[in-house]
Design a protein around this ligand. Structure first.
Ligand code: CP
Ligand code: NVA
Length: 323
């Protein structure tokens, strides 16, 4: 059991169980199952969420999900706390660990969330850094498993920037043996160390992983087409970046190269008209809002798992999932 979630491969060992737990718990909760409705593994625990960048989905899904698990969510916006002004990340971690049962942190530099985790005695969950977005990947793979329960020979294609969302999606697909192909413009490759980690998982699990500069090649035979903004938070100064993404928009013409049963995914927020057209976003095959909802269920599973007070395993045993 890992202490923290900095990147999605931190939970590689139990990843499939974490997702199946989330899927089954969501189903039970929605059907009004009393056991799910009264499952409070975070009772008496406060969970603090630090945000250095804006958020809609991550913030709301953590606040509501923590509440549903009986915990008390505390949202800590960068302008309201001492972190980054007069206090170090390490001192902040030491102080917050005295009060909280877990900490989530959305930051700019990945090294900051790593430092917070290194100095925290309670689980730290990366809520997006410039390198990783593991909570997104957990929700994404949960959504893929829900939509393609028979996932034999599934292929996920990424078209866009070599960014944080791609990194964890690529790792997560490889961890589950799902074929993965990414297309990015020259100069916007994903990080080499992440690709190497993903390749190790892919070869362990017998799946394919490839990169190209040709979106059509990536999308060919894909069941899922995924994109994200071309300019991420913190990159607003890179004004010329957009021009390098000519030809990388996900539109119906590009999607015509995919499998007939294609699904479109996007972590959101989407910049309609840039990386994706309205026709794709609003298509019946777009599952972007399922993804957004699943942020909450996936994070509830991750929180219950990482807090490690026995509740996650007990519930899993009852649901016939995992350990
Ligand atoms: N996908 C995602 O992380 O959205 P927010 O920035 O709204 O949290
Ligand atoms: N790549 C985007 C994801 C937003 C959820 C960013 O980091 O801004």
């Amino acid at each position: 059991m890992p202490d923290h979630l900095l990147a999605i491969d931190d939970v590689a060992e139990d990843f499939e169980d974490i997702l199946n737990w989330a899927i089954e718990f969501k189903r039970m909760w929605k059907s009004g199952d009393e056991i799910a409705l009264n499952f409070f593994p975070l009772a008496d625990l406060a969970v603090g969420s630090i945000y250095e960048k804006p958020s809609t989905r991550t913030r709301v899904s953590f606040e509501v999900g923590i509440n549903r698990l009986g915990g008390y969510p505390l949202t800590l916006l960068k302008n309201d706390i001492q972190l980054g002004k007069s206090e170090t990340v390490a001192d902040t971690a030491n102080v917050l660990s005295r009060f909280l049962g877990a900490i989530t942190y959305r930051c700019f530099a990945h090294s900051d969330v790593a430092e917070l985790a290194a100095n925290s005695s309670v689980p730290v969950l990366n809520a997006l850094s410039d390198k990783h977005h593991p909570c997104q990947a957990a929700a994404d793979l949960m959504t893929i498993l829900e939509h393609f329960p028979e996932r034999e020979r599934l292929k996920v294609a990424w078209v866009g920037d070599g960014n944080n969302v791609l990194h964890d999606l690529m790792l997560a697909c490889a961890m589950l043996g799902i074929d993965f192909s990414y297309a990015n413009p020259e100069g916007y490759d994903p990080a080499k160390d992440v690709v190497a980690r993903a390749k190790d998982f892919a070869s362990e699990n017998g799946s394919k992983l490839s990169g190209t500069n040709d979106p059509v090649e990536a999308v060919k035979n894909a069941n899922v087409i995924y994109t994200d903004v071309f300019v991420s938070m913190g990159e607003e100064g890179l004004k010329d970046k957009m021009a390098d993404f000519d030809g990388f928009q996900v539109n119906m013409e590009l999607i015509s190269n995919a499998e007939e049963n294609w699904a479109f995914m996007h972590c959101l927020p989407a910049h309609r008209g840039d990386e994706v057209t309205d026709a794709v976003m609003d298509h019946a095959n777009s599952i972007v809002f399922d993804q957004a909802e699943n942020r909450m269920w996936a994070q509830m599973s991750l929180l219950a798992y990482l807090v490690d007070n026995g509740a996650w395993s007990a519930m899993g045993e009852m649901m016939g999932v995992g350990i």
